[in-house]
Design a binder for this molecule. Structure first.
Ligand SMILES: Nc1ncnc2c1ncn2[C@@H]1O[C@H](COP(=O)(O)OP(=O)(O)OP(=O)(O)O)[C@@H](O)[C@H]1O
Ligand SMILES: [Mg+2]
Length: 282
């Protein structure tokens, strides 16, 4: 095993497409510019079997890329590799459009909420600055987290412990914790999977507003979610897994769930997922 070959300086900008329409929203002032990210020749083996071999993924700068695919195909592993939590094989190359390493620039929301049982909701939501021991950042994070917890409907549960929360509430805390980090690159693994249909739509809207200007990779099993939030959408399939040609829906995000274009994208994604489940990426 080896670590990913990090960002060579002077990486060609032609590796990083800019052809996607800008949204109406603007990135928050003070947010460091979000880089495009390119992963190529990605290779991961588990017990001698390749999960990926030669996989390429481009995340355009300041855009949300959604990733769908059958259970067990390797979506979480791909996210963990980009987050630096899973070491790939030699030959895997990760570059950024600004030539800088991703260390310290990523907020990662794992598939399981990873809440600490001995911390209350506010403590969990501000875990990052708390662990880093930065008092000023922590005070700022508490303010931001309190407002966000209000936005996600947990304003009256700031002092609750995780074991007193429902699965959907816990997921909302984990979402707030990720957004409080305020990083230019955000990796999210099924961030809304435990929510009821209406809360899911509401939190997709909130997340879309807070993710403007960031480079986002969002894993989901929900084609409607991808159709609402994705500037770019991939379906992952096969063993070793590959990605299909990116689907790039029109229109600013978040798109309305009732928008005919969204419904058409959803239908196309369902078709691709059915193919993926039957065989491989189309
Ligand atoms: N650390 C590990 N050691 C061995 N095998 C692993 C490890 N991590 C993942 N795998 C295997 O790799 C495959 C892909 O797992 P992964 O969690 O990436 O899938 P996924 O697409 O995220 O699935 P789901 O949609 O169910 O979350 C699975 O067969 C899993 O058992
Ligand atoms: Mg997963």
């Amino acid at each position: 095993m080896s670590s990913i070959t990090a960002a060579p300086t002077g990486a060609s900008s032609s590796h990083y497409p800019e052809g996607l329409a800008r949204d109406a929203g603007t990135a928050p002032t003070g947010l460091p510019a979000a880089p495009a990210i390119r992963l190529s020749a990605a290779r991961v083996l588990f017990e001698g079997t390749a999960l990926f071999d030669g996989l390429t993924l481009v995340l355009p700068a300041g855009r949300t890329t959604c990733l769908l695919g059958p259970s067990g195909v390797g979506k979480t592993s791909l996210l963990r590799m980009i987050a630096g939590l899973l070491a790939p094989e030699d030959g895997t190359v990760l570059t950024t459009s600004d030539g800088q390493a991703l260390t310290g620039r990523i907020a990662y929301m794992a598939q399981t909420d990873l809440l600490l049982p001995w911390l209350d909701v506010l403590g969990n939501a501000t875990l990052g600055p708390r662990l880093r021991g930065d008092a000023a950042a922590r005070a700022q994070a508490r303010q931001r987290a309190t407002a966000l917890l209000q936005d996600v409907g947990l304003g009256d549960r700031l002092t609750a412990r995780p074991d007193a929360l429902s699965g959907g509430m816990r997921q909302r805390v984990a979402l707030v914790r990720t957004l409080v980090e305020d990083r230019p690159v955000v990796l999210m693994d099924e961030p809304f999977g435990a929510l009821d249909a209406i809360s899911r739509l509401q939190l997709q809207d909130l997340a879309a507003r807070l993710l403007v200007g960031r480079t986002v990779l969002l894993v989901t099993h929900d084609p409607l979610e991808a159709a609402r939030l994705g500037h770019r959408i991939h379906v992952m399939a096969g063993a070793p897994a590959t990605l299909d040609t990116a689907w790039e829906p029109q229109g600013a995000v978040p798109r309305a769930a009732t928008d005919p274009g969204v419904l058409a994208t959803q239908a196309e994604l369902l078709r691709r997922l059915a193919d993926a489940t039957a065989g491989g990426a189309s």
